[in-house]
Design a protein around this ligand. Structure first.
Ligand code: HEM
Length: 231
């Protein structure tokens, strides 16, 4: 196998393909005329949704590694986070440029009427230093502060989820309309945040070790070995 082929693992390929798929689909639908009557709004919504999904996937990497011991997920966390930032920035640029044509006074007026936009701006501003410092050079430079800085993602995610839910015109209490999806995302984010609490994290890790030990013991049992030899 060439060194180039060795550099890409299946998970890495899946991550890149999934990340670019939204942009490719947008371009395809744009060229094919498959977008709605308000194409700018649709592109804005699609990029926003893809950004938040990528952010959630990056948050899921650490708990899934704790549960399954799949260390490669930790390496993919950065790529997913960077793609989330890229789509978040694209989503914001489309809004400010294509929707408002950089009309800042009109924008300020809309922000006053729709506070969820302020949450989006805050979320994007908070994501920016994380994206910049996500590289190894900054990790080495910042030392212990790097971890603390990157832990702010657990504050950023709820801010952006609130931005998402608030932008929808559903009825939260009747679980009606567009609110269901942001609500499901928020529940998943809540579980992921809980899984970060050290005592819960330790319990998950010890559950995995016990399950693995039981599995190894069972496969090493004489009956199992005999069965294997019949196969
Ligand atoms: C300067 C920053 C941002 C601005 C100005 C902004 C603006 C907006 C606006 C105006 C909408 C409503 C779109 C519509 O329904 O017509 C929206 C929705 C949304 N935004 Fe943002 N946003 C920002 C940052 C972000 C970031 C960083 C994320 C995610 C990482 C995000 C995720 C979303 C999502 C998921 C929606 C809902 C999409 C849907 O309707 O399905 N936004 N945003």
């Amino acid at each position: 196998m060439s060194a180039r082929a060795q550099r890409y693992t299946p998970l890495q390929i899946i991550v890149h393909v999934y990340a670019w798929s939204a942009l490719i689909m947008i371009c395809f639908d744009l060229l094919a005329g498959n977008l709605s009557a308000n194409p700018i709004q649709e592109i804005e919504q699609r990029t926003g949704r893809h950004a938040i999904t990528l952010l959630m996937l990056s948050l899921a990497c650490t708990p899934l590694n704790t549960l399954f011991g799949w260390r490669e997920l930790i390496q993919r966390r950065r790529t997913l986070g960077l793609y989330a930032f890229m789509y978040g920035a694209l989503h914001a640029t489309i809004y400010v440029n294509l929707d408002y044509g950089f009309a800042w006074s009109l924008l300020a007026q809309t922000i006053g009427e729709k506070p969820y936009i302020l949450l989006g701006i805050l979320g994007l501003l908070m994501l920016t230093p994380l994206a910049i410092t996500s590289f190894d050079l900054w990790k080495r430079r910042l030392g212990k502060r790097w971890k603390r800085l990157h832990q702010t993602v657990y504050l950023i995610a709820p801010i952006l989820l609130l931005h998402y839910a608030w932008s929808k015109k559903g009825d939260l209490f009747a679980l009606q309309g567009d609110i269901v999806r942001p609500l499901i995302y928020s529940l998943i984010a809540g579980v992921l945040l809980l899984a970060r609490i050290p005592s819960i994290r330790r319990s998950i890790a010890s559950f995995r070790r016990r399950a693995l030990a039981r599995f190894q013991k069972r496969s090493a049992a004489p009956g199992a070995r005999q069965r294997e030899s019949y196969d």
